[in-house]
Design a protein around this ligand. Structure first.
Ligand SMILES: CC(C)(COP(=O)(O)OP(=O)(O)OC[C@H]1O[C@@H](n2cnc3c(N)ncnc32)[C@H](O)[C@@H]1OP(=O)(O)O)[C@@H](O)C(=O)NCCC(=O)NCCS
Length: 172
């Protein structure tokens, strides 16, 4: 590794989670729904992927790709005409990868009542101009909530890596 590359790896200043956070607001249209008039899971997954990709790109200021999305549970149906809020934030940045947490809530348009729809933990990897993983800035959590998310993200990363190792062993 040459000196220029080493200095580019160690010179990235940390960034705060709020610098890259994303809030996306959508409305559920008839074309987004099934025969019961509730949203398709795939539509919510698409919004999660987009919001998380924007947050990861803002953090890295690089092209990013989705490496994985942890188990995703839909907690409540969302009806046509309801408003959906998708909030994404970088919880933790490792060397080239970032965990982006995404929370989805729905809002009844007439009453304003909100319901938690889903929470997802996604991992994005930053790529250089040759399509190879490239270093990202570290995350500097500031609030108690950001610190809690940061340490929980480290634990999830460790468990993802253990699972990947187990699956590799199972394939041998
Ligand atoms: C994600 C991808 C770039 C990783 O490439 P790779 O050659 O395995 O890279 P490495 O082994 O050097 O790992 C690079 C980083 O990715 C992370 N990573 C790799 N696979 C991962 C996975 N399945 N889940 C979470 N993180 C993963 C590694 O932990 C590492 O993170 P770190 O540098 O922060 O420690 C590659 O698998 C890829 O291009 N996948 C397709 C992505 C894509 O097209 N997504 C769109 C939907 S198909």
């Amino acid at each position: 590794m040459n000196a220029k590359k080493i200095s580019s790896e160690i010179s990235k200043p940390p960034k705060k989670p709020e610098e890259s956070s994303v809030v996306m607001t959508e409305m559920v249209l008839p074309s987004d729904t099934n025969a019961l008039g509730t949203i398709f899971g795939g539509k919510v997954m698409s919004w999660i992927d987009i919001a998380a990709a924007i947050a990861a790109t803002r953090h890295a200021r690089r092209v990013v790709v989705t490496a994985s999305i942890d188990a995703l549970h839909f907690l409540a149906p969302v009806k046509v005409g309801h408003v959906v809020h998708v909030r994404a934030m970088v919880n933790y940045a490792a060397r080239t990868s970032m965990e982006v947490g995404v929370r989805v809530d729905s809002e009844h348009p007439l009453t304003g009542e909100t319901t938690h729809t889903a929470t997802a933990y996604t991992t994005f990897v930053a790529l250089d101009e040759h399509g190879r993983p490239t270093p990202v800035p570290p995350i500097q959590p500031e609030t108690e909530e950001e610190k809690r998310r940061y340490f929980e993200a480290i634990k999830r990363r460790e468990s993802r890596m253990r699972l990947a190792e187990d699956l590799k062993l199972g394939n041998e």
